[in-house]
Design a protein around this ligand. Structure first.
Ligand code: FE2
Ligand code: FE2
Length: 182
């Protein structure tokens, strides 16, 4: 859990737990609002969303829950690795002072550093929720669907929303970069 502030992790977890206990049951359905304008990241977000929805539907079936949670963790790790690699590539490609790339460089770097750190935190939160559920299924199973829904929305809406602006700016300012970040 390198680089993750324990207090931040605890507050993030307790927010998930509180929203779950309030019964904030949201049905996850893909819509254009979730699109970040990058085809393969959109496919991965949609797949994560479907896997979270399948966990919610498993509804107390512990035999189904374990493989689903392992699948979700594997997909989340692969997704964060891919998205982080894309963001690092954007930072590297826009760090030159070329006029056409100034806007991307200015808007990208501060947000991207924050975003990369958030991926570590999101994975740690996911890992902790999964471990708690699998170690004490009867107590945790009822809230895992809501907690994962909240976890996904936090990632896709709160943190990934600015990626859409970033990709639109790249398309406008330096479209040749898009080919390097697929
Ligand atoms: Fe992200
Ligand atoms: Fe993402």
């Amino acid at each position: 859990m390198t680089g993750i502030n324990e207090e931040h992790l605890r507050s993030h977890q307790s927010l998930s737990e509180r929203t779950g206990k309030r019964g904030m049951a949201q049905t996850l359905e893909w819509s254009a609002a979730y699109s970040v304008g990058h085809p393969s990241l959109d496919v991965e977000h949609r797949d994560l969303m479907l896997t979270v929805a399948r966990v919610s539907e498993a509804d107390g079936e512990h035999a189904q829950l374990r493989p689903l949670l392992c699948e979700l963790k594997r997909k989340a790790e692969a997704h964060f690795e891919h998205e982080s690699a894309i963001l690092r590539e954007i930072v590297a490609a826009t760090s030159s002072a070329r006029q056409s790339r100034r806007l991307v460089a200015a808007m990208g770097q501060a947000l991207i550093e924050e975003h990369l750190a958030e991926h570590d935190l999101a994975l740690a939160v996911l890992d902790s929720m999964i471990r708690k559920t699998l170690s004490s299924p009867s107590r945790q199973m009822s809230s895992i669907g809501d907690n994962l829904t909240h976890w996904f929305i936090t990632h896709a809406v709160k943190h990934d929303a600015h990626l859409k602006t970033l990709f639109q700016t790249i398309e406008h300012d330096c479209p040749e970069l898009l080919g390097k970040v697929d």
